[in-house]
Write a protein that binds this ligand. Structure first.
Ligand SMILES: [Zn+2]
Length: 355
């Protein structure tokens, strides 16, 4: 099994965030990816590779060009205006219909327009890290198109809270949607038909950004299992009343444990089978773990292996696993490995990467 990893993520290292009126260390730290990377280095059957570079046009398939331009230029504009060099944190947010306003001109105005919360900071190296996080997802997708059965893209920053034209929840470019659209486009070129791609979001938090993006795409189905937004970020979205032909939400209450979760997970897998997905992209967050400080589920480390075994035995389609959340660094790597184990035990490397 290939694991795609890029050291560029280290360039994105914001010092702090605001949660419930407390200034705390930025929870989405470089240490997260480093720990996972180190835990995978010596596992037989796992081969670590770096990302290839891709045409920026792939990013434009899921994000507005104005938003991408903002991400690229935001920090330089901010500093050039004499604002705080530590990083960009909005001082206001464009709520509701105010988002219909054309993007504002000042660096402060753009920050409030494109960013949706106070836990997402842009620093000097953010764009480079974000770009390579996207390349990491695309490289994994390309490996699937080359015939691999499963690949893990160790993306950082994560992506599932990034929407068509907004950042939030530590996310800037939506890596899972980027990979899904790439798989569909490139698969269509080869197969001549309309390829269906499923996205299964297992992060504790609702993938509001992915939900926003898939409404604009065809033949991509998002299924998300997550904490009830009445209790958890992103609060405004993730209810089952939002279900459409393109997204299905399974909000679950605080304290949800292994057996209830597994039952809902099996329902999600059945829906993906009915949909007829040719490829699957998994947004893997392990903040569903019982000791994660940003979640309120009660899942064990062992359940992640059962979930992966179920996917392999029932779906039998090429699967890209994209890293999202998970914040208890004492358990993060162990839980990710618990999920990956059935994949790297089952699928041996069948070809060499181009790079
Ligand atoms: Zn999360």
């Amino acid at each position: 099994m290939f694991v795609v990893y890029s050291p560029h993520h280290i360039l994105h290292n914001p010092p702090k965030e605001f949660i419930s009126n407390q200034v705390v260390a930025y929870g989405e730290s470089p240490e997260r990816a480093e720990l996972i990377y180190e835990s995978l280095m010596d596992i037989p059957g796992v081969k670590l590779i770096g990302p290839e570079q891709f045409d920026p046009g792939h990013f434009c398939k899921i994000h507005s060009s104005a938003y991408l331009e903002y991400l690229k230029t935001a920090y330089e504009e901010w500093v050039a205006a004499g604002l705080w060099a530590e990083g960009i944190m909005p001082e206001f947010f464009a709520l509701g219909k105010l988002r219909d306003h054309p993007p504002l001109k000042s660096p402060e105005g753009k920050a409030g327009f494109y960013m949706t919360d106070s836990s997402t900071m842009i620093v000097k190296g953010s764009w480079e890290a974000v770009k390579y996080s996207g390349f990491t997802a695309l490289t994994g997708a390309k490996q699937l198109l080359s015939g691999e059965s499963s690949v893990f893209s160790l993306c950082r920053p994560p992506g599932h809270h990034a929407g068509y034209d907004f950042a939030g929840g530590y996310c800037f470019v939506n890596n899972a949607a980027l990979a899904a659209k790439y798989l569909q486009d490139q698969g269509d070129l080869r197969g001549g038909g309309t390829l269906r791609v499923g996205i299964l979001d297992l992060d504790f938090h609702h993938g509001n950004g992915t939900q926003d993006i898939v409404q604009r795409l065809e033949n991509i189905l998002l299924i998300s299992i997550h904490g009830d937004p009445d209790h958890s970020y992103p609060y405004l979205t993730g209810f089952d009343t939002e279900n459409t032909s393109k997204n299905i939400n399974f909000p679950l209450p605080p304290g949800t444990a292994d057996e209830v979760y597994f039952s809902v997970f099996c329902d999600a897998v059945a829906l993906l089978q009915q949909f007829g997905a040719g490829y699957l992209v998994i947004s893997l967050g392990v903040d569903t773990f019982e000791k994660d400080q940003l979640g309120n589920f009660s899942l064990s480390s062992e359940i992640y292996t059962r979930l992966a075994e179920c996917l392999i035995s029932r779906l039998k389609i090429p699967t890209l696993i994209v890293m999202e959340g998970g914040y208890n660094t004492d358990y993060l790597a162990r839980n990710v490995v618990s999920f990956l184990k059935p994949f790297y035990d089952t699928f041996r490397i069948s070809s060499s990467p181009d790079n």
